[in-house]
Write a protein that binds this ligand. Sequence first.
Ligand code: DGJ
Length: 728
Amino acid sequence: MSIIFQESLKQFHLQSQDMSYIIQLVHGYPAHAYWGKKLDATGNMDHLLMFQERCSFSPTPLDDKCISLDTLPQEYPQYGTSDFRHPAYQVQLEDGSRITELTYRGHSIYPGKPELKGLPAVYVETEQEAETLELELYDAYSGLVVVLSYTVFEQFNAVARSVRFVNEGTQPLRLLRVLSAALDFADSDYDCLYLAGTWAKERHVKRKSLDQGAIQLQSRRGSSSHQLNPFLALLRPDANEDQGEVFGFSFVYSGSFAIEAEVDQFATTRVSIGINPFDFSWLLEPGEAFQTPEAVMVYSSEGLGGMSRTYHRLYRTRLCRGAHRDKERPILVNNWEATYFDFNAEKIEAIAREAADLGIEMFVLDDGWFGKRDDDTSSLGDWFVDDKKLPNGLKDLADRVNRLGLKFGLWVEPEMISPNSDLYRRHPDWCLHVPNRRRTEARTQLVLDFSRADVRSYIFESLSEIFLAVPVAYVKWDMNRNMTEIGSAALSAIRQAETAHRYMLGLYELLDKLTKTFPDILFESCSGGGGRFDPGMLYYMPQTWTSDDTDAVERIKIQYGTSLVYPISTMGAHVSAVPNHQVDRITPLKMRGDVAMSGNFGYELDLTLVTDEEKEIMKEQVAVYKENRRLIQNGNLYRLKSPFTGNETAWMFVSDDHTEAIVFYFRVMAEPNAPLRRLKLKGINPKLEYLVSSLDVNYRGDRLIEIGLPIPNISEDFVSIWFKLKAN
Ligand code: DGJ
């Protein structure tokens, strides 16, 4: 890893293990010269990077007709001075003008990576792990300084980019658009791949080819959303799971975002990524600075699998933080689908007793334990125990659960307020709202205004009181609606469009404080399932509830799509009852278990109602998961068959030293007279001999890779099989 500045070429060459990223200053404009396979840093490449004259727009008074902003491949493009593609930033001056022109003022290169103040970001543990380039651009007339920051890593083929706006002038500046990164690829011979869906159907994989025009992924919901995940990949058309070039863009932010890939008239492709400029502006007074969130860009020459493994390792070890980062995650039982709002201490204790018998390690009390919450129409904000349901209090219940040998976890939804709550009656102005407009309810709730310090401190105090009094080992932090009427009673009229981003900054500040005050608690984020499964949340909470859809068949797709970017250790996955509560499907317990075992394993059903036979299966599942969970949660994922292309899905987890692996195979629908199937494995060592435990046979790795594991021909719906491999 290194960052080399070649003065004669005015070129910055950023290198990691197998990747180069090159920026060249062209008449002071930072031009994007190259991103891809590692290039030797020595030797001339000037003629390769010639920027041709293509039209009449050239930045006067330059008489170099070989450059035009309309065609120059750029790193942080502006609008209004002849580049007609979408810009990375736009700033309004006091006179109403929106033209600024950024050119190079200086740079610095230093070891390590600084924190992004107040924002989640990937980090280093030692300065040797990474190097950072800061490129300072300046608009002399307005005094606007823009610092582009690039970090490259020793161990990862990744570049982390963010931008700092500083007002060095004398007039206030209004930031209208402040993306975190942009770059221009030299051609448009790419497919784009992204993760799309809706509630209970999150992160389905979509792939389409690029063409002139733009593909836009965005959220305007005030959260990263169920609908489109803040992630985009460009792939060469021949790239697939295992080979070919892939360029990943992932946004470390949990609010409204915009990612765009635009193909222009000359078939070049501009990708940009950042906070959604829609309904955003920020007033930057003289002397103030604004920091954008971070975009993490990953290069892979080993297809999507290579990209995913880079994101997994980077996010698992250098984005997630805290005491639980490297620990095996507990197997839990959650009472939501077991009881919904209808429970009491005896019922909970009965479920926990059964759980203890199965070897489950934690009980999680979900929604309905506080205020007067017998359904979803009241009490959010009133974070004190419902003594009708739990007359002896939460601590008593947690103690009872603990005495059974289980840890105790608790659900909260701190960002919300029910109009029917004591809190709302006391503070009707504490929610996001716009004066004289209706307050749109969703699930009979409104969103608390987390841009306000007084709101945040009320929530901090309320939750701290519980966490100090009750032995809470795990918290499920839910968030069940998107933002509407985005305005804050605490902000002046000219700052109203700052509300959504200030909310995110407030949320991050509170999460930082809470997780640092209670470092032993394992936090899991949730947003109506996977509505905020993003890298921003993972910085504070190392796992996320993947989806409210617990049907095994649906989950195969959801977990497969999620695994494109997010590590297995971050994905909550539970076995639930049948018929499934979301889709009414009946699948075998075996399949439900195998799918859930491919994530952070748990149960979410009434264990007092399961048969003895089912209990035996569950005991076995719990034991198998315990034996393999380090391999599954922290191993290297290889996807073998995609549920988006057929009836079969398979994936496997391989240990770092390649001596151990576990393979999961699923077939949804029965097939008459099916052919003999073999599953070609990946990631194992071709030279080692492996014992395949369920078949009780030894095979050399090369056979398993080239010929494949024979799949038993079972003519049933919902087949699921796993194989364990151990090198002799
Ligand atoms: C939505 C979550 O995704 C569910 O798991 C559950 O916690 C409910 N909210 C509770 O209201």
